[in-house]
Design a protein around this ligand. Structure first.
Ligand code: DLL
Length: 433
């Protein structure tokens, strides 16, 4: 189902015209209402009149998470507190959280783009949908919640906190749609198995997964274990929350709601805009927000743009799977390593659970990488020979994919900590030392 055909299937020309008009209006808004942007633009000798078409966007300054921190809590807002009706915040590992204020208009935009996503996943008014993202300052819970209501399906605000109860609800309330992090979906499947429940006991049809990077292999694993079709949803609180981009039935990249969020891909080192198809950092401009609109926000997420038409009929550009964040990328002995690369190797091998942890350390002057991975219960054995073979098989495969060697540590089933929200996959002891 296409929720808003007039905005999701526009001709490219029409879209660029609309984006240009909206950008001009946005720049005018922030120039007059956000002292931070006025100062930046004045320093660059720019006025709103210099921004007439969407191509002029490259003249504008970037915004970074540090800018949000430096102007904590409300410094980047373009609206007064009387107009702000909700605040969300995301906590980083260091420093102040990032605070985002929403006007009533922003909440309308948010539920519209989330409903588009749910429509693309095939959710309809006939579905009963459980939101297993945390409700609270995190945007996952409330973001999906209002999208489901706007679309007209039935929402169950399950939130996080009680996995067994969630399973009961899924079963008893005949839930057909589920949203949560992909790692939590696997944990649900695991708990189901422990409780002697099978996917046939449930009515799940569609899974909506995001908030952390995940791989194609992980999708297959979740789909098979929960008996549903799993789709990717992308977003970040600074921009709005979930719903910035979403997959369609083609499952080949996520369409950006481009009439609201203008995407660019840049080289994270030089800031130069890269052509479609090249991998770099995603930069987003909120074309229609009024609470805390952002110009050219550097997401740190690494992806590329697909501009070819999609078979589903939507004309909005797509982003490929996020391969990681520029600040998640590990540099081990000079080689760039993404946790997602390790994940795809582990998920290719049927001997392992999709549960792993990367431990990076430094011995002398040499970086070391240990990959801890859980053995599947049915393959858990005390027999030394087969364990050694398995370790070697994984180490060889990792070496060929990562181009560096890793120590493999086989772990007992259920020994790596699970998370209900975003999972933690890396311990970098070099930072602690
Ligand atoms: O995670 C919003 C969200 C909630 C998206 C529910 C999808 C579903 P933040 O907590 O601000 O917001 O974290 C945003 O999470 O910059 C990415 O690094 C990562 N991320 C979000 N969605 C995906 C995804 C929410 N589908 C940060 N794939 C982003 C990969 C994702 N990474």
């Amino acid at each position: 189902m296409i929720w808003n055909e007039s905005k999701e299937c526009m001709s490219r020309e029409e879209m660029r015209m609309l984006q240009g008009k909206r950008l001009h209006k946005l720049v005018d808004l922030v120039y007059h209402n956000t002292p931070f942007y006025r100062k930046k633009m004045q320093e660059m000798d720019l006025t709103p009149e210099d921004i007439q078409t969407i191509d002029d966007i490259v003249k504008l300054p970037f915004t970074t998470k540090q800018d949000l921190r430096d102007n904590y809590p409300y410094g980047l807002q373009a609206a007064s507190m009387q107009e702000i009706v909700r605040v969300h915040a995301s906590s980083g590992t260091t420093g102040n959280p990032t605070v985002v204020g929403y006007t009533r208009h922003d909440l309308e935009v948010w539920k519209e783009v989330t409903a588009r996503a749910l429509g693309a996943f095939g959710i309809s008014r006939n579905d009963v949908f459980s939101v297993g993202y945390g409700y609270g300052l995190f945007t996952g819970g409330l973001g999906l919640h209002y999208g489901v209501e706007h679309l007209g399906a039935t929402v169950i605000p399950t939130s996080t906190g009680n996995t067994e109860k969630h399973l009961h609800l899924l079963k008893d309330l005949q839930v057909t749609g589920l949203a949560c992090t992909p790692s939590y979906a696997l944990y649900l499947a695991e708990t189901m198995q422990k409780k002697g429940m099978s996917k046939e006991d449930l009515h799940l049809r569609v899974g909506v997964f995001g908030a952390e990077p995940w791989t194609e292999n992980m999708r297959q694993e979740i789909e098979q274990k929960l008996g549903l079709q799993g789709y990717n949803i992308y977003g970040l609180s600074e921009i709005i929350g979930p719903g910035v981009a979403y997959e369609c039935s083609c499952k080949n990249g996520s369409h950006i709601s481009e009439d609201h969020f203008y995407p660019e891909i840049i080289d994270p080192e030089t800031g130069k805009v890269l052509p479609a198809g090249e991998t770099g950092e995603l930069v987003l401009t909120t074309l229609t927000k009024t609470g805390m609109p952002l110009l050219r926000y550097r997401t740190k997420d690494l992806t590329s743009l697909i501009t070819e038409p999609c078979e589903c009929g939507r004309t909005n550009v797509r982003i490929t799977r996020i391969i990681g964040r520029s600040d998640d990328m590990l540099i081990i002995r000079g080689i760039n390593v993404f946790p997602s690369q390790v994940e795809s190797v582990i998920l290719e091998m049927k001997e392992f659970e999709p549960q792993y942890m990367l431990v990076v350390d430094r011995q002398g002057n040499l970086d070391t990488l240990e990959v801890q991975v859980e053995l599947r219960k049915e393959l858990y054995t005390d027999e030394m020979g087969s364990l050694l073979n398995l370790k070697k098989k994984l180490a060889d495969r990792l070496k060929s994919v990562l181009s560096i060697s890793a120590q493999v540590k086989l772990m007992e089933p259920n020994s790596i900590p699970r998370s209900e929200g975003k999972s933690k996959r890396v311990i970098d002891k070099r930072i602690i030392k």
